[in-house]
Design a protein around this ligand. Structure first.
Ligand SMILES: Cc1ncc(COP(=O)(O)O)c(C=O)c1O
Length: 379
């Protein structure tokens, strides 16, 4: 059997990783400014993280959600504390798309309605409702097509207000990324976030914040929406949550009642995934990674601003988008092949994304800057 060929692959086979370094099968060393797609939060193979998972595996890796799992309670308690959402409840699942799918279901179940406002340039995942909320018709199969998702222009508050009231009768919720990720690190305006919050509260419409890419300290706050002094009803997380171990989470306001059988999953919140996620939260807290991400992000942006031929830089913390006047893939290819640096791409071909582990060092950031400078001087 061969693999179902759905990914355009870089010609590199990564076999080992430590903190912010990767090695291929030939022993060539790379710097990871991609974080395996914003997933590696606390650094590859962090000894505390590895120890926790190994230790858990020796006890029990998995049992069903039909019995008590104290690790889920520990995870919920620690997540509540660090994110300042202690009064919310947690539903655990396995991926970002699944977290959004469940968030949309909660909003729809409770409101009894089925329409959502979403935004142009957004990405919310590849499952049925999540992909319908995503602004990329090329990944929406006919079976996923629905008129339940209304796309609003990014940061257009007037249009948002108009669409909100035009659809109010059927409107279950509004879903927005804390900071748009695949869309090229687009930051929502304070005005838009305040308006979403205000209209949702006043009209009993659910405000869903997708923090799958922008959450877990990556933006320099625990959740990116915390820059805007708003409190969504439902918050979704995944990626950095267990540093690569598959897990997703839905934080649900305590105003929203749970009902047995409303949601469910076989694997979600299993013992091993919880051990990995608890280890991540302990490392974020012990190593002060929210503040680290903020300070390192400021340093990188300041240095990037000094490079000629960089057209625009957007970002918060270690979630950074860089626009060039040439295709970013041209720059990334040279960075990878000649300077042994991995970076991310975005839906706009002119945009590069930087999403390194939050443990990246200052010398490693300096190496990225000097390498990028050399690449831009050479093309
Ligand atoms: C903002 C956002 N939401 C949802 C998803 C989907 O997550 P997953 O690939 O884990 O299903 C992604 C993945 O890139 C994302 O960036």
């Amino acid at each position: 059997m061969k693999l179902f060929d759905v990914y355009p692959l870089m010609p590199v086979d990564i076999v080992k990783a430590e903190n912010c370094k990767l090695w291929d099968e030939n022993g060539t060393e790379y710097f990871d400014f991609y974080g395996g797609h914003a997933v590696i939060s606390v650094g590859h193979s962090h000894p505390f993280y590895v120890g926790k998972i190994k230790n858990q595996l020796d006890k029990i890796g998995f049992y069903s959600n039909s019995v008590i799992n104290k690790l889920q309670e520990e995870l919920a308690e620690k997540l509540g504390k660090i994110s300042e959402y202690e009064d919310y409840n947690l539903f655990l699942c396995n991926s970002g798309a699944e977290a959004n799918e469940n968030a949309l279901k909660i909003a729809s179940f409770i409101s009894g309605k089925k329409k959502f406002i979403t935004f142009k340039n957004s990405f919310h995942g590849r499952t049925s409702a999540a992909v319908a909320a995503t602004d990329d018709p090329s990944i929406v199969a006919p079976v996923n097509e629905t008129s339940n998702f209304i796309f609003c222009e990014w940061n257009n508050v007037e249009e948002f207000e108009k669409l909100f009231f035009e659809n109010i009768q059927d409107l279950a919720g509004v879903i927005i990324e804390g900071i748009q990720g695949i869309g090229g690190i687009q930051i929502p305006s304070q005005e838009l976030m305040s308006k979403i919050s205000e209209l949702c509260v006043e009209n009993s419409v659910f405000f869903i914040s997708d923090e799958i890419q922008s959450g877990y300290a990556r933006s320099g706050k625990f959740f990116a929406h915390q820059y805007f002094n708003v409190k969504p009803d439902i918050i979704t997380t995944a990626k950095g949550m267990a540093n690569g171990f598959p897990i997703g989470g839905v934080l649900v306001s305590s105003k929203i009642p749970a009902k047995h059988k409303m949601l469910g999953t076989t694997f979600g919140g299993n013992h091993l995934a919880c051990a990995a996620a608890i280890a991540v939260l302990e490392i974020i807290s012990n190593e002060n990674l929210v503040e680290e991400s903020l300070q390192k992000g400021k340093y990188l942006v300041q240095k990037l601003n000094e490079i000629p031929r960089v057209k625009e830089i957007r970002g918060k913390g270690l979630l950074i988008g860089i626009d060039f006047e040439i295709p970013a893939s041209q720059v990334s290819k040279i960075l990878r092949e000649e300077f042994k640096i991995f970076v991310g791409s975005a839906s706009n071909p002119l945009t590069m994304r930087l999403l390194p582990p939050l443990t990246i060092s200052y010398p490693e950031m300096d190496y990225l800057i000097s390498s990028l400078q050399s690449v831009l001087n050479s093309i």
